[in-house]
Design a protein around this ligand. Structure first.
Ligand code: FAD
Length: 479
């Protein structure tokens, strides 16, 4: 019997697994996909938000500033790509200036430090590519951009190394309450546990409804993006937001940790929470809206479009509650959920402790992670490093300068690898201009060699996304 089962290995489930791994507990993390971080925690805007916009009366408002601080600490502890870029919320007219005042005051209540109101001239001095129409801005220094999937994967890697069990391809379909335990049923297995944590993102209402009366309804809301190649140059240094509305933070222009430019997202209610398609119509609107603040954006540098699905809900806040005995909802975690994840995990564990979960610290727990990024090794030290570690002398991804050593290390860090994109998310190969067109087959060979999986079974990304269908010689025979 497990002490705790966490349903959902997004940033919330993985942050909770990470925190729980320091206690003497038997914890199981379940996800329906073939990797962690395949939901909203992969496809989002990647901002550690400063905390100026959530309503102070909500959990989002209460957790944001604390969450951002904890994220920035974890960036060091877990060796995660992050840049403290700061954010500028720009005003294009007098009404926007009034809105900025409102958010400045909200920021003060939420405890945001170091905010400044800038005039148009100062704003453009800092960001020369901004529109001449910009007449002022709110500067939020305590915010930044993170690698969101690396954040999630890193917490899962440490949790698993420290004893948490991870089961992938396990879709929870039912939960049965028995006198002293829950039986969590997946499509193929069933697991007994004393406590259940629901961190199932856009499906968190469905998981909740398996054990409690309906209390909230997820309204999946899609956001579409452009990702511009770094050849677009340093278009902006900080994250550039338009003035927010009560519904959305608006379409922003942001640098990324990989020196690309990210533009988006819109907010579109959809019925299918799996529908991550992008559409020409919406992308045209996203481009038009983004050009209001940064007119020089050149979308010919676009290397990828993608979309993410927000777990917005009719509850309008994070739904963090004990909803049935020993059953914790960490549900409806919309933006700024990435930023708040470490605090949501901590607060959730406190609620479980009040339910009777015993939290005895292990004698030894290592919450840290350190990885090698070859391109960050100073040029004069590289020859020595390669002599000791020859795998780092072979570049596999030329766009991003990712070596075989980094790919092998990613495979050996302990989470199961089923796909090329799993390596992309861990080592960064395939993130660049050719999007894996050249390095893909070589990465496939390395995965096959290191894991023993047949190349035919190595996927592009999610379950069913096969790349190879058979050997060409066999195909000849069949023909
Ligand atoms: C477009 C967009 C932009 C955003 N931008 C930001 C931002 O810049 N900054 C910020 O702080 N936040 C941002 N957010 C919010 C943030 O990304 C989310 O709040 C956060 O990722 C939610 O994490 P999660 O773990 O709850 O959900 P998810 O990452 O979706 O994880 C849920 C997991 O549950 C699994 N699951 C679901 N059902 C089952 C089942 N039945 N059985 C087993 N497993 C199941 C899924 O496979 C998934 O892995 C953004 C979100 C989106 C979509």
């Amino acid at each position: 019997m497990f002490d705790v089962i966490i349903i959902g290995a997004g940033v919330i489930g993985c942050a909770t697994a990470y925190e729980l791994s320091q206690f003497d507990l038997n914890v199981l993390l379940l996800d329906k996909e073939n990797d962690v971080s395949l939901g909203a925690s992969r496809a989002n805007t990647a901002i550690v938000h400063g905390g100026y916009d959530p309503d102070p009366a909500t959990l989002m408002g209460k957790y944001n500033v604390k969450g951002a601080k904890r994220c920035i600490e974890l960036v060091d502890t877990l060796d995660i790509e992050f840049k403290k870029s700061g954010s500028l919320i720009v005003a294009l007219d007098e009404n926007d200036l009034k809105t900025l005042d409102k958010y400045y005051n909200r920021g003060l209540i939420n405890g945001v430090e170091g905010m400044e109101m800038l005039d148009g001239e100062e704003t453009r001095r800092r960001e020369p590519n901004l529109s001449k129409e910009v007449i002022g801005a709110l500067w939020i220094p305590e915010s930044g951009i993170i690698n969101p999937w690396e954040f999630t994967i890193a917490m899962a890697e440490v949790a698993v190394r420290e004893g948490v069990k991870l089961e992938l391809n396990q879709k929870v379909v039912d939960i049965e309450k028995n006198s002293d335990h829950y039986l969590v049923k997946t499509e193929t297995d069933q697991f007994q546990t004393k406590y259940v944590i629901n961190a199932a993102g856009v499906y968190s209402d469905q998981i909740h409804n398996m054990v409690a009366e309906p209390a909230f309804k997820i309204k999946p809301t899609r956001g579409q993006y452009f990702l511009l190649d770094r050849s677009a140059g340093e278009t902006v240094k900080a994250v550039i937001f338009p003035c927010p509305t009560e519904l959305t933070k608006g379409i922003l222009v942001s640098p990324t940790v990989h020196e690309n430019i990210l533009v988006g997202p819109d907010a579109e209610g959809i019925s299918d929470p799996e529908d991550t398609s992008t559409t020409r119509e919406v992308l045209d609107l996203v481009a038009k809206e983004a050009r209001r603040s940064v007119p020089s954006l050149d979308f010919r540098h676009n290397i990828r479009n993608y979309s993410g699905i927000r777990a917005n809900s009719d509850y309008n806040d994070f739904f963090i509650k004990i909803s049935a005995p020993n059953f914790l909802d960490l549900a409806a975690i919309k933006s700024p959920g990435l930023t708040c994840a470490p605090i949501i995990a901590e607060e959730g564990i406190k609620l479980l402790a009040e339910e009777g979960l015993e939290l005895n610290k292990k004698d030894s727990w290592d919450g840290t992670r350190k990885i090698v990024r070859f391109k960050e090794i100073p040029k004069e030290e590289r020859a020595d490093f390669i002599e000791k570690n020859p795998d780092y002398g072979r570049i596999i991804c030329r766009c991003e300068h990712i070596t075989e050593g980094e790919i092998v290390a990613a495979i050996r860090r302990g989470l199961p690898i089923h796909s090329l994109d799993a390596i992309k998310r861990r080592a960064g190969s395939g993130l660049g201009r050719c999007q894996g067109g050249f390095c893909g087959p070589r990465v496939q060979e390395i995965i096959a060699r290191e894991t023993g999986i047949s190349p035919l079974d190595i996927l592009l990304n999610k379950t069913g996304s096969y790349i190879l269908v058979g050997q060409t010689k066999n195909a000849d025979k069949e023909a």
